[in-house]
Design a protein around this ligand. Structure first.
Ligand code: NAD
Ligand code: USQ
Length: 404
């Protein structure tokens, strides 16, 4: 039986992934240092949905007949010996690596946050790679990267899956073909760590023949999956605060709470999106299609579609009667960009992505209404400024849904 260790399995993507794999007969172990729950306390923000403790989550899952999932509370960036012990004890045949600090605004909040994000993400990934080599383990690593490593330079050429074919021209005019990692252009310290992860993967796949798949995922929207719906205590976390709330999920909470939808700048930023149910399906496909020993890192774009922020806001506004507020952009990013991303890899494996449509938002809106009493308005504002030139979210213009 395949044994999968899910690093970061208490998080928004990790928890539903662990359940999805467990429900399909994988022997699943969860490793997490619960840092995300501690950051909630630091930010005085919390998931809108009340998430149960890990022990309660696992007890319910076992009571539903799915067997035991061992939980290892451990920091992969700081406790290398502990990580080795878990790997030796659990003996995973595959490892899904979600365990990083994943908020771009949090990573830009100040020097402490920048250093924490780099130390945590880079050391964690490096420790994992070194441990597999030291223990001579051939577990397939599936890592969650981000579309943001490609940057948003406005190119209309679809982003290839990780690699680009180029020619280096020698001094005598000879052309040398090369296939290289797509040049990165990270837009935050967080995105920079994902760019650095790529280089570590390239080195360890080449030098130590580790089998690695890197998934360049877009912004995840939605809350629940089939498995997290099975019991209230299995509910997934749902962030809407200025640091961890991602744009569509934030807009849905704002719409229900009659807070104007906070569009940064003109909303001309185009980004990749994917539903949480597709996150878990793609993870499963990646596990079922590992690279061979000695192969270069396999890279898939885990993106269903691209959308402009303003189009996402307008869809939510039309559906909910919300207002849109255009606020000064706290981030240093292109005001407008085109973005096309190929997802041929997963489509070739039979993936049929869920596309964003207002019908798809119904369940999320219902859950937001159900837990509206947990809403904390003071956590909504985006507080992190990318540079000293950025200004904190002054509202420039508000429009009602009819003009949206
Ligand atoms: P999350 O913050 O909800 O989950 C990450 C989990 O990892 C948390 O439970 C945290 O406690 C744990 N963790 C962090 N550092 C750790 C460490 N050193 N040791 C052990 N555990 C640690 O984030 P998420 O939204 O589930 O994202 C998971 C992964 O997917 C991240 O790597 C993120 O970069 C990537 N991703 C997320 C999105 C998105 O929209 N949520 C989009 C693209 C990529
Ligand atoms: N934005 C708004 N209003 C808001 C919040 C965000 O206009 O209230 C804008 C941002 O300025 C940005 C875009 O929406 O242009 C996306 O912001 P986001 O917070 O939804 O997403 P991002 O910071 O890019 O990060 C998220 C996840 C990260 C993941 C990334 C995928 O937190 O872990 O890697 O999405 S991607 O964007 O494809 O790089």
């Amino acid at each position: 039986m395949e044994s999968v260790l899910v690093l970061g399995g208490d998080g928004f993507c990790g928890w539903p992934t662990a359940l999805y794999l467990s429900a399909r007969g994988y022997r699943v172990g969860i490793l997490d240092n619960l840092s995300r729950r501690r950051i909630d306390m630091e930010l005085k923000a919390d998931s809108l949905t009340p998430i149960a403790s890990m022990s309660d989550r696992l007890a319910i899952w076992a009571r539903l007949g799915h067997g035991d999932m061992p939980f290892f509370e451990l920091d992969i960036a700081r406790d290398y010996d502990g990580l080795r012990r878990v790997l030796r004890e659990f003996k995973p045949t595959a490892i899904v690596h979600f365990a990083e600090q994943r908020s771009a605004p949090y990573s830009m909040a100040g020097s402490t946050h920048k250093r924490y994000t780099v130390d945590n993400n880079i050391s964690g990934t490096h420790n994992l790679l070194v441990a597999l080599v030291e223990l001579d383990m051939d577990a397939h690593i599936v890592h969650l990267g981000t579309v943001g490593v490609y940057g948003y330079d406005g190119s209309e050429v679809p982003m290839p899956e990780g690699y680009i074919d180029v020619e280096v021209i020698g001094p005598d005019g000879t052309r040398y073909p090369r296939s290289i990692l797509y040049p990165t252009e990270p837009g935050s310290i967080y995105h920079m760590t994902k760019s650095m992860d790529q280089l570590m993967f390239q080195f360890f796949a080449h030098n130590d023949r580790l089998r690695i798949t890197d998934l360049h995922q877009g912004i995840v929207w939605g809350i629940q999956t089939h498995e997290t719906r099975l019991h209230d205590m299995l509910i997934n976390r749902f962030d809407y605060d200025g640091d961890y709330g991602t744009v569509l999920n934030r807009f849905l909470v704002q719409a229900v709470m009659r807070h104007p939808l906070t569009v940064h700048g003109t909303g001309g930023q185009t980004r990749g999106f994917i539903n949480i149910n597709d996150t878990v399906r793609c993870l499963h496909l990646a596990l079922q299609n590992p690279p061979k020993k000695g192969d270069r890192v396999k890279i898939f774009n885990q993106v269903a579609e691209t959308k402009r922020v303003i189009d996402v806001a307008q869809m939510v506004a039309r559906h909910t009667d919300a207002q849109i507020a255009f606020v000064d952009n706290p981030r240093k990013e292109a005001a407008e960009n085109d973005l096309a991303v190929t997802n041929a890899g997963f489509q070739g494996l039979g993936w049929e992505p869920v596309l964003l449509h207002h019908e798809q938002l119904r369940e999320t809106l219902e859950i937001v209404r159900r837990f509206r009493f947990r809403y904390a308005p003071e956590t909504v504002a985006a507080r992190s400024l990318w540079t000293r030139e950025q200004k904190p979210g002054v509202v420039r213009k508000k429009v009602g849904n009819r003009h949206a």
